[in-house]
Design a protein around this ligand. Sequence first.
Ligand code: ADP
Ligand code: ADP
Length: 229
Amino acid sequence: AGEVRFDQVRFGYDPEREILHGVSFTVPAGHTLAIVGPSGAGKSTIARLLFRFYDIQGGRISIDGQDIAGVTQQSLRAAIGIVPQDMVLFNDTVGYNIGYGREGATQEEIEAAARAASIHDFIMGLPQGYDTRVGERGLKLSGGEKQRVAIARTLLKDPPVLVLDEATSALDSRTETEIQEVLRSIARRRTTLIVAHRLSTVVDAEEIVVLDQGRIVERGRHADLVRAD
Ligand code: ADP
Ligand code: ADP
């Protein structure tokens, strides 16, 4: 499960000003799609439309063949996990922060999610491991560490589709590298992964689409597009 399909999707926040002019792509279950392109191209908008935060004005968005227009917000949230760009951590333990939203998660499950997000070893190196307090009044984590905690939290919910919206975040290059490693390990799971990113040097995606002013202007595998540059 986890096939995501956009069919000629048209959308504008203001119906008078269309932002997406007929966007189509299919991400087979378990595959990775990277959406790249300049700022303002519409990458974050695509990510938001998957959650039906807004109604589209034309076309169709479906998950596993089902039009999301007929799906409740609740089941959409179960089907799709989104990693926010800037997660706010609670003033609590790192274990609590990863387990938040999954009542009754066992320590083993929390650690497995942390491993998948490549943050387990880091946590084990903290003064009190998973019991170390983080957040404003605890240990201050770097942007990359916070983001990996956010990814672990989302992975713990084990959604068939995972959306990472990196479209506007300005991560330093070391953090970028860390996150890309995490994405590679997620891409090896059965999770469908959709990444919105400014750069084309992003993940080993099965497909990359280049979006420009609300249109897909190029698509292909990573290596092909790099050659085209
Ligand atoms: P990207 O993620 O590629 O940088 P966005 O999807 O954020 O692009 O934005 C695409 C276009 O939609 C831009 O012109 C932007 O100004 C506009 N836009 C984004 N969010 C909103 C919003 N909430 N209301 C109105 N316009 C928006
Ligand atoms: P839950 O209790 O399931 O965590 P939330 O209200 O926190 O419910 O959000 C459900 C999903 O939608 C989460 O994965 C969250 O990250 C995502 N989400 C909520 N608001 C936004 C937003 N403004 N932009 C993008 N994603 C959002």
